[in-house]
Design a protein. Sequence first.
Length: 626
Amino acid sequence: MSAHIAGEAFGFARQPRVNGCPEDWRELDRAIWRWVMAHGGDEPTAHAAAWASHAEGQGHSALPMALPGDDGRPLLTDAQRADVARSPLVANVAAGDAAEGRPFVLDGDHLYLLRNHRAEVAAAIALRARRAAAQTPRCPISDDDLRALFNGSWQDTEERQRAAVRQAIGRRLMVLTGGPGTGKTTTVLRMLLGLSREHHAVTGRLPQLRIAAPTGKAAQRLAESLRQGAERLHGGAQPLASEWLPHLGAVLAADAATVHRLLGSRGRHGGYGFHAGEPLPANILVIDEASMLDLGLLRAVLAALREDAVLVLVGDADQLTSVGTGSVMMDVVQALEDDPRGDLVRLSHCFRADVALVPINEAVRAGDVAAFDAAIGAAVVHAVPDVASLRRRLSAWTRDLQAALEAVGITTPVDANDQAALAARLAVLRRLQLLCAHREGPFGATQAAALIAARLRAWDGLSAWSGGAWYPGRCVMVTRNDHAARLYNGDVGVCVLVNSDDGRPLLQLAFEHAPDAASVTGDSAGAGVRLLDPNTLPPHEDAFALTVHKSQGSEYERVAVLLPPDAASPMLVRQMLYTGLSRAKTALELWAIRESAEKAVLTRLARHGRLAERISGPAEGKPTGV
């Protein structure tokens, strides 16, 4: 069981039918079938087109028409595939067809919706061009530079980090991947210093540097990590030489934003303010958590970026792929992994003090059940075969959560300017977290969070807030961006009790406060805590339990990962399990039966498309009219 087709729903024409269509089809897929039939298409083309739509809904950028169904037979017979290739609604790349008026593209044996084919081809061409544009550096990184940038350190464990810093200079594309604790942010900071110096040497100016991530939370976290790294770099035992300080300032002055905001998303109107005709004002762009990028967003970034700008993609290619179309980071890493040109570096050494959990993560990443069985002893495993056993686990978990809240005095009012006390309360969010493979259902995050909240509300210490929506210790996650409030999808806050001017305690929501930009001396206003009125909060939900997908980019001291007891669940894939387990820094619990854990370790999520092949294969131009 080496690969998994998301949704496992491609049993062409052999599934039970609803109004003549396979029951797994969405209403959109049925609408496409009807549209094709109404516009002169034949039945094989209508079915192939609907399955291509269904595939996109599962995250695939294309439908392989030779894909076998559950009975092992291809989705389409040879005769049916020939009908699709001849359809006037399908642009057949092999035949040199123009795409004008044709909503579908047949490229090799893959059937695409036109927009996905255009995005995949355009992204591949742009990435290939960036790779080919590498030049001999004006200011190559020397060993002395590396010693300066690493505070005089020259350890064997830092060899891959040094390689990444050295290799980035002179390139237009650099990809950095690695698991949690492998020093990606540390490396990015030093790469940016070298890239800034190179840009200054070539142009005589400091670069315009931008930092982005698919979520606002991830972008802010990268900016804060760079700031903290800059303070350590400048204030270490061997402070950074003065020649580097202007470049350190350029890094710290970089704006951090979501990728959508960076590009000037027009929201419901579609498109972006920055595009090929109006390039993004950036000389260097870093995108963190690039595993969350989908195909369309990657294409938009590449179109908006100037040809002479440097793009740095950072992320863990083994994490879950984006919720949208494609598996961008996985495909890019696959294409570049064994290429001698060196525009990809994979970091593998974990620098955390407690590395007991690393073998678990590595076993899952490799899909090695025997290694997983040997390593999982470093975690606590609870078999959770039914709802009754899950409720017992949730009760024990809630007791631990209550103890953590009591330890920080969550029901004791504090002054609004007491940053230390507020930070201690907010830190509970990073102390322990339950992560679920599913969102809905009895083993999903929504119900688990509701059960935890109900048990927590039974705590005598919260009796004064009985019946109210808000109470001290309630943890919530923002689910929609609110730029005015500077809150973004994925931001997590905790309800705290704050002294008011009239002496009556008020309930407020505590969130991390994005730090002000630091000066080149390392001084900064620093990260802090800001308070908001609960009644002004944008859409939100309880965060006592989160989906693994929502946890991407976050780390917690103690993590519990809940898997459904149904081993047939399509969510039981290797990337999901790896992402969930690797969120833990020091303590890990796995709530799962053996069959579910083994299924997840063995099953690799594979998304269909040809991006990796297009990046690494022979040079490809855009087909006529496509």
